[in-house]
Structure formats: structure tokens, C-alpha cells
Design a protein around this ligand. Structure first.
Ligand SMILES: Cc1cc2nc3c(=O)[nH]c(=O)nc-3n(C[C@H](O)[C@H](O)[C@H](O)COP(=O)(O)OP(=O)(O)OC[C@H]3O[C@@H](n4cnc5c(N)ncnc54)[C@H](O)[C@@H]3O)c2cc1C
Length: 295
């Protein structure tokens, strides 16, 4: 029996710590509950939003009109070097579980807050362990089970997602990822741990730390070879603040919630950055994060 709550403030469910109430909110821990929640929304003509760890979204101050489904489906299984995990499993947990079995592939994403579903949505990425290229979750994805809008589930292979940089087919469809299967490779546990440690250290040195400052990671997509952070720094906006939202002094492509920031503060800062980068550099910065609900 689902426990649907009314009027639940979403800020605590996002890494930004920002966002108004959802009219309806439910936590799902099994695939049956997840399907039931979606069916409930459809039967009652409610909009619904699938929420992972809320690390790539800005929720509006007026909240969400409809049902927010907080995905905590976390079951997983290993079959040799093949890992299948439900979409609410966190990448951090899967890195740990894989490492214990001497299985490599996910540790490139150590230190990033994400569920499996969110990782596929945005094609999670970070520098490879030798720093020579970008590692994408798409590189290790073998297949996935998706729930289509018509209520049918289907097993699809990785090519179905049409992955690109910061994108997948999930942006354009109403598919929900139920589970994903990753192909890992055997590796020495110490080697895997070394990559984990190096990636966490890299983040400590280069990014505002999630544990210390609330953010949603990078705000803007990079423009070809130009990192958005460099462009924002170039136009003199590093440290710029509107209300409680500030362009991070550590990495200019992060906006941090210095305490009490509203979604409007963040949106206004985003608009300002876009206008000044356009005026000074004739470049169009596009947000990488999603805007959810009413602003
Ligand atoms: C400090 C910090 C650092 C970051 N660094 C990086 C980085 O290095 N690389 C990187 O790629 N990202 C980074 N990010 C962004 C973020 O971690 C990723 O985008 C992550 O994959 C988001 O996952 P999530 O579970 O939080 O998704 P959410 O933010 O909860 O949701 C994002 C989108 O995915 C959709 N979604 C979620 N689950 C499903 C599902 N099962 N089926 C269909 N759609 C679904 C949601 O509906 C929403 O549209 C960073 C974020 C933070 C806060």
C-alpha cells in the first residue's frame, strides 16, 4: 500500500537544498511500487516527476503540481562481471559493491551524487582514471529495462538511449528506467581504490564540496572546447551573488546556496550570467540542470 503524502517540501530532497512543496509525494522502494505510483498518477490525471538524488535539478519556489516519486528501488545482482541494479540504487553504493568484488568500471564516477536513473538521464561523465579522456556511464552500460509511457516494459540495449554529452533519449521521452545492466571488468582492488581516492581528492581541490556547500554541480553545458566556468570567470562573475545564490569562488560553473537561497535567486543569477557572457563574448550558455515545477 503506497503512502502518498500531501504538500511535501522538496528542498531537503535536492542537493541545492532549494524548492517548494509537491502537492503529492511518495517514496517507492520496489519496482512494483514504482509502477503503481506512475499508474496512480495517470489514473488521477496528475503530472509526475521521478526524483533520484536531486543532484541535477532546480525545483521552483512554488513547488510541483502533481506527484513526485522519490525512487529508492535499490536491489542489485552480480552475475560474474555483469551488474544489474534497479534505477534508484546510488552510483556510490554500486562503486563500493563492485570494488569489493574486484570489478572495475564505475569508480570513474566516485564522489558524484547520483542514482542509476539520473546517471542514464544525463549520461553521467567524468575524466577517465588516466585523465586522457572523458568516461561516460554509456561506456559501461550494456542494457536496461525501461517502462514506456504506455505502461509496457522493454529491455533495450545501450544504443536505444542515443547518448551524447549531457544527454540521452530520456530528455525527449517519458520513459522511466527501471533497471540497468553494466559490463564491468576484473581489476585489482587496490587499483580501483586508487582511482576512487584520486577522484575524491580531485573534487576536493577543484569543486565546492557537496558536504559543505549545496549546489547542483555544473550549471551550464560546455561550449565546444570552452569550459563554461572559464567563460564566467573571464567576464568577472566569479563570486557574484544574488540573494543567497552565489557563483562559486572555487569553480565558476557552480552556483552555491550560501544559505536561504531561493530558486528565483538562482534563476536570476543564471539569467545574469547568460546576458553578460552573451554581451561580452557573444556566446550562448545553456543550462545543464533541469528546472522542475513552478517558479
Ligand atoms: C557537487 C556535484 C558535482 C557533480 N559532478 C558531476 C560530474 O562530475 N559529472 C556529471 O555528469 N554530473 C555531475 N553532477 C550532476 C549530477 O550528479 C548528475 O547529473 C546525476 O546523474 C544526477 O542524478 P540524480 O539521481 O540526482 O538525478 P535527479 O537530479 O534526481 O534527476 C535528474 C533527471 O533525471 C530524471 N530521472 C531520474 N531517475 C530516472 C529514471 N529512473 N528514469 C528516467 N528518468 C530519471 C529525473 O526525472 C530528472 O529529469 C554533479 C552534481 C553535484 C551536486
Amino acid at each position: 500500500m503506497m503512502n502518498i503524502q500531501n504538500n511535501v517540501v522538496l528542498a531537503p530532497y535536492t542537493t541545492f537544498g532549494i524548492g517548494g512543496p509537491a502537492d503529492f509525494f511518495v517514496v517507492v522502494a520496489t519496482l512494483d511500487e514504482l509502477k503503481e505510483a506512475i499508474a496512480y498518477a495517470k489514473t488521477n490525471a496528475l503530472s509526475y516527476f521521478l526524483l533520484g538524488t536531486g543532484a541535477n535539478i532546480l525545483v521552483g519556489d512554488k513547488g510541483f503540481r502533481g506527484l513526485v516519486i522519490k525512487n529508492e528501488t535499490k536491489a542489485y545482482r552480480f552475475d560474474g562481471n555483469i551488474l544489474t541494479a534497479q534505477s534508484g540504487a546510488t552510483v556510490a553504493d554500486l562503486i563500493q559493491l563492485s570494488k569489493e568484488r574486484g570489478l572495475s568500471g564505475l569508480e570513474d564516477f566516485a564522489g558524484i551524487v547520483s542514482t542509476v536513473g539520473g546517471a542514464l538521464w544525463q549520461n553521467l561523465h567524468f575524466l577517465s582514471s588516466d585523465r586522457s579522456k572523458t568516461a561516460f556511464i554509456a561506456d559501461i552500460l550494456q542494457s536496461a529495462t525501461v517502462l514506456h509511457e504506455n505502461g509496457e516494459s522493454e529491455e533495450v540495449d545501450a544504443s536505444y538511449f542515443q547518448f551524447g554529452y549531457d544527454k540521452s533519449i530520456l530528455h525527449a521521452s517519458k520513459d522511466v528506467v527501471l533497471s540497468a545492466t553494466f559490463k564491468l571488468v576484473l581489476k585489482d582492488v587496490e587499483e580501483i581504490q586508487k582511482t576512487i581516492d584520486e577522484n575524491i581528492l580531485w573534487r576536493k581541490e577543484k569543486h565546492p564540496l557537496h558536504a559543505e556547500q549545496c549546489s547542483a554541480g555544473s550549471i551550464f553545458k560546455k561550449i565546444e572546447e570552452f569550459g563554461a566556468g572559464r567563460l564566467i570567470e573571464k567576464v568577472g562573475l566569479k563570486g557574484k551573488q544574488i540573494g543567497g545564490a552565489q557563483v562559486s569562488t572555487v569553480h565558476a560553473n557552480f552556483i552555491v546556496n550560501t544559505g536561504g537561497a531561493t530558486a528565483k535567486d538562482v534563476r536570476d543569477l543564471i539569467t545574469l550570467i547568460q546576458a553578460i557572457v552573451k554581451k561580452d563574448l557573444q556566446l550562448d550558455l545553456q543550462p545543464e540542470i533541469s528546472f522542475v515545477g513552478e517558479f
